[in-house]
Write a protein that binds this ligand. Structure first.
Ligand code: SF4
Length: 669
């Protein structure tokens, strides 16, 4: 029973010294337990501090069903595995079977490691740490080895991806960490994955009936469900990039080097070398021409998506595309031929490696064709490109993914639970329901409020007398105001921007004042920067993008969150543009149904960085006057919990001084 666990005197209180009665948590857990028992689905928004992880883990474990918990990020997945589940195990006092399952590239590949030790120099700086870890690890999850950075080159030498995994033909198959993790997941009651793995499995099942990575399941709980649309869009579209082709050719060359042709006719390796070179040349010419062709159209900054023109594959490019397609086809045919010879000569493993390389050629050809195909029936796709340094990416993404859940999941799974601290916008669930295709007949919804007293803990500063952030002439006045507010809280602040450019400009303008230790996104990896922020008194962090959500800095290090501009997304982004055009063509206002709710959800995420615990207090400043001067400003404010508000900086100062004295008094008492 849920109440036996959560209510005072129950299991949770008996096992947790820091127990606090949280009726909101029990309410959420009960609603999820009911949905699992009745075989229904549920959208549940849980305000910050509800304790939502326990609110879904407990009913999932009590349900006697096979439940998959899918998280938005790997860090939340690791937090569940390393923090919440161990605590729960201790509290319930009996073992239960909850296991993680990650994407293939997260695990050490024994076959690649064996090849690596045969050739790698033993004075490699990371060698000792790697060897020691491998001798002791039971699961082979590279997250265990934190001394080697995630992006270290060595990982690509000793891990493999879904495209290159040999599977049951691998000689290490039985002892393989991926095989073992999947077998553990088959038997477990609870499997913890992230959205990317969940939807790549779903896409695989759809494309190849019978194939799967995850075990069969009865129910799924999606945490951080506000991010599902983007993940589904990625997994149900195709993307072809110059690095993807380069990686294929690099793997092919490595295979050629490791197989000097003892078992083959002498012409085979020579022919292989030639074909790899032909494909590299064809790819280089194709992508160079794309870059040349699109440089004129691409007005976006580095890394941003831009729309591919309808006539992208014109006569000149078509020739290069066909050439690339042809070389990939030849490489495919050659690979299969050599693979057969290798198998006949008893080199099963090498043969299988080559067969997989050949099938990657086919996938590339298919993806290229899917991106080039602009036939009228493909109006449901948006075609876009992106330049990042020397790399070029082309993609075709579905404009809408609202039928994925209703077609692929709802009919096949007993219960689906969607949860997040931010699912509603403007006080209702209309937007998320529309984007995910979850009608009121398919799932109920529930909002459980945060247990925090925002009225008491937080002041919202909404100045009218500040220039619009889009007015580039008045930036100096804005920077002066920012400096003034930072002085009130003596730093201890997050400054959240909607673009890197705005972030850098403000940082540059305030840096010369050198009043506080200033940190800026990009100066160090995200985690290192956050650690520095926590440990440096009075620091001020300038950030954008990913720092608006998922960042947890409780306590006095963070007393002030400043939002520079309402976070409306760039309307010229091809996906946004296509989604909005579709809404308009259906007679709905794109602003009301898409831009505004998305901006309000992002805004709420930014606001949510401030109050993380019951004792936290502070100020959220919104330096975009539109929130009080425009009619739609109310929509943003209705998305927030009730707080004290002011438009006067003097009142901010007084609130802060009063609050600081109260805190000092509290400390003395
Ligand atoms: S089965 Fe795949 S991941 Fe496992 S050792 Fe073999 S190649 Fe590596």
């Amino acid at each position: 029973m849920i109440s036996d666990f959560f209510q005072p005197g129950g299991t949770l209180q008996a096992g947790l010294d820091t127990y606090e009665e949280r009726p909101e948590q029990e309410r959420m857990a009960q609603a999820i337990a009911d949905a699992l028992a009745d075989g229904t689905s549920l959208l549940v928004e849980a305000g910050t501090g509800t304790g939502k992880s326990l609110a879904y883990l407990v009913p999932a474990l009590q349900s006697d069903q096979k439940v998959v918990i899918s998280t938005g990020t790997r860090s939340l997945q690791d937090q569940l595995l390393n923090k919440d589940l161990p605590v729960l195990r201790r509290i319930v006092g009996q073992p239960f079977d909850a296991v993680p399952l990650k994407g293939t590239s997260n695990y050490l590949c024994r076959r690649k490691f064996a090849a690596y030790i045969a050739t790698a120099p033993k004075d490699h700086p990371e060698w000792d740490a790697l060897r020691e870890w491998i001798l002791g690890t039971e699961v082979g999850d590279r997250a265990e080895l934190s001394t080697i950075p995630e992006n270290a080159d060595i990982w690509s030498q000793v891990t493999t991806g879904p495209e290159t995994r040999l599977g049951s033909r691998c000689p290490y198959y039985e002892s393989c960490f991926v095989t073992r993790a999947r077998r553990r997941a088959e038997k477990a009651d609870l499997v913890v994955v992230n959205h990317h793995l969940f939807f790549s499995d779903l896409a695989l099942r759809k494309e190849h009936p019978g194939a799967r990575v995850l075990p069969e399941y009865d129910a799924v709980v999606f945490d951080e469900a506000h991010g599902l649309e983007e993940v589904m869009t990625e997994h149900f579209g195709v993307e072809l990039s110059s690095p993807r082709l380069e990686h294929l050719l690099r793997d092919w060359r490595n295979h050629q080097r490791e197989n000097p042709g003892k078992a083959q006719n002498p012409w085979m390796p020579r022919r292989g070398d030639q074909l790899v070179m032909n494909t590299a040349n064809a790819a280089q010419r194709f992508f160079a021409q794309i870059r040349l062709r699109l440089a004129k159209n691409a007005t976006q900054s580095e890394g941003e998506r831009f729309t591919l023109p309808e006539d992208l594959i014109d006569t000149q490019l078509k020739e290069l595309w066909l050439l690339l397609d042809e070389t990939l086809e030849e490489l495919y045919a050659h690979g299969n031929l050599v693979a057969e010879c290798l198998r006949d000569d008893g080199h099963e493993e090498k043969s299988e490696e080559l067969r997989i390389l050949a099938s990657r050629c086919t996938r590339l050809r298919n993806d290229l064709a899917a991106i080039a195909d602009r036939s009228p029936g493909r109006g449901d796709f948006v075609f876009w490109g992106r330049f990042r340094g020397p790399s070029v990416a082309l993609a075709a993404s579905p404009v809408g993914v609202e039928d994925v859940i209703s077609r692929e999941l709802l009919p096949n799974v007993s219960s689906l639970v969607f949860t997040s601290a931010t699912l509603s916008a403007g006080g209702h669930f209309r937007h998320i329901r529309e984007r995910l295709g979850i009608g009121p007949d398919s799932a109920e919804d529930l909002r459980v409020e945060s247990p925090f007293d925002y009225q008491e803990q937080c002041l919202l500063y909404l100045p009218r007398d500040i220039p619009d952030p889009r007015d580039l002439e008045s930036q100096a006045e804005r920077f002066t105001r920012i400096a003034k507010i930072l002085t009130i809280t003596d730093g201890h602040a997050f400054l959240l921007f909607t673009s890197h450019k705005a972030m850098r400009q403000c940082h540059k303008a305030l840096e010369s004042t050198a009043e506080f230790p200033f940190l800026m996104q990009g100066q160090a990896p995200r985690q290192a920067l956050l650690d520095r922020f926590r440990s440096t008194p009075r620091s001020v962090l300038f950030a954008t993008g990913s720092f608006w959500e998922g960042v947890d800095v409780p306590g006095s290090a963070l007393c002030h969150v400043l939002i520079d501009k309402l976070p409306f997304e760039v309307p010229t982004d091809p996906l946004n543009e296509a989604r909005m055009a579709r809404l308009e063509s259906e007679g709905a206002s794109a602003f009301e149904h898409y831009q505004l709710p998305r901006a309000a959800m992002a805004f709420r995420q930014g606001f949510g960085r401030l109050i993380r615990r019951k004792g936290d207090r502070g100020i959220v400043s919104v330096l975009d006057p539109r929130i009080v001067t425009k009619r739609y400003g109310r929509f943003f404010l209705d998305s927030l919990p009730q707080t004290a508000r002011t438009g006067s900086i003097e009142q901010v100062r007084r609130w802060w001084q009063k609050d600081s004295s109260a805190r000092r008094l509290q400390t003395r008492l």
